[in-house]
Design a protein around this ligand. Structure first.
Ligand code: DCT
Ligand code: MG
Length: 329
């Protein structure tokens, strides 16, 4: 359908008018402005059917489906080749996009700030009640937008590993995410930590101590979230900085030793790979998550789980891939 309407526009004598009105339509679609969406849709389809070049306001006004306001806009496009409104929209789009890129801010909050008249981070900091995460996201915005070169990820991982091993030399630290997939640069650093518990010792409580050490070193500059503080699956999200570097996002996941395969799969990704693996599991009446691959998971009609079911595989990635019938490399 899309390519069909493109073709139509390319041969249309009013191509420029259609393109400009389409930008308005796209904008109002994002703003969910039902009336204007309807009116620009009608206008665009009317112009697509009109086979002569429109040369004046009077002519535009007479075309069925085109209202007076739209006819004025068409006249502006005919006279100047441009629409002033569009320039202010695309500037608005840039601001909304920038707000939405802040750590802890989604598209709807970004839109809300913009609608309230905020145009800069200063406006937001002055007038909005922000979460701590959002404040850090704004303060370190420029740093956090930058990709991290692979060798800096290596250095950050080494720093964290060194601190971890000073707590317990039997801890194992593996950097996952895009780094483990071999990317030349990464958005953040994702580190998994586990410990072989066959000697009767686990890594319980290690994360809190690790965070304390990294904080005292001045390496952690912000602590954003810490989940399940006292469990073997504790998680940390924060911002760190090497002495010579800029601020970087750092996630640390503690993983029970027997779940390491499932965690490696899940925290390495990418997200599309994870989604298709999980879908494949569901098609075989199994359930895959960061803890393992389970059988006989009972779900309600809404898809929500009643029980975890019986564990099939979790210790190694190969074991999980074998159980799903996916080749392991
Ligand atoms: N993940 C997932 N689903 C998501 C997001 C992430 O399954 N919606 C998994 C796959 C990768 C891992 O978590 C780490 O996530 P990110 O750090 O967000 O992604 P990344 O692949 O490491 O990419 P980036 O270089 O941007 O950090
Ligand atoms: Mg990552």
């Amino acid at each position: 359908m899309h390519s069909h309407s493109y073709g139509e526009t390319n041969n249309n004598p009013n191509k420029l008018i259609i393109e400009k009105l389409q930008v308005l339509l796209d904008h109002y679609t994002r703003m969910k402005d039902e009336w204007r969406i309807l009116s620009y849709r009608k206008a665009i389809s009317a112009i697509k059917k009109y086979k002569k070049p429109i040369t004046s306001y009077e002519e535009a006004k007479k075309i069925p489906g085109i209202g007076l306001r739209t006819a004025e806009k068409i006249a502006e496009i005919i006279d100047t080749g441009n629409l002033k409104r569009i320039d202010s929209f695309s500037e608005g789009d840039d601001i909304i996009k920038k707000f939405g890129n802040v750590y802890g801010v989604g598209p709807s909050i970004a839109m809300k700030w913009y609608t309230k008249g905020h145009r800069t981070f200063e406006d937001v900091l002055k007038d909005e009640k922000l979460t701590r995460n959002q404040i850090s996201g704004i303060l370190y915005y420029d740093d956090l937008q930058k990709r991290i070169p692979r060798d800096e990820v290596t250095k950050i991982s080494e720093w964290v590993t060194r601190a971890a091993l000073s707590i317990d030399p039997k801890l194992e630290c593996i950097t996952g995410g895009s780094y483990r997939r071999g990317n030349p640069d990464c958005g953040d650093v994702d580190i998994m930590i586990t410990r072989n518990d066959s000697d009767g010792t686990t890594h319980l409580g290690v994360l809190s101590r690790l965070v304390e050490i990294l904080r005292d070193q001045g390496f952690l500059t912000h602590e954003l979230v810490q989940h399940n503080g006292e469990s073997l699956s504790a998680k940390f999200m924060g911002i760190c900085k090497l002495p010579e570097g800029v601020h970087r996002r750092l996630d640390i996941f503690m993983v029970p030793y027997n779940e390491m395969g499932a965690a490696l799969l899940s925290y390495t990704g990418n997200d599309i790979f994870n989604r298709s693996m999980r879908l494949m599991a569901r098609k075989k009446k199994m359930c895959l998550n960061q803890h393992g691959l389970f059988m006989n998971v009972s779900r309600g009609r809404d898809g929500i789980k009643y029980s975890e079911g019986k564990i099939i595989a979790q210790k190694t990635e190969k074991e999980i891939c074998d159980a799903l019938g996916v080749p392991w490399r």
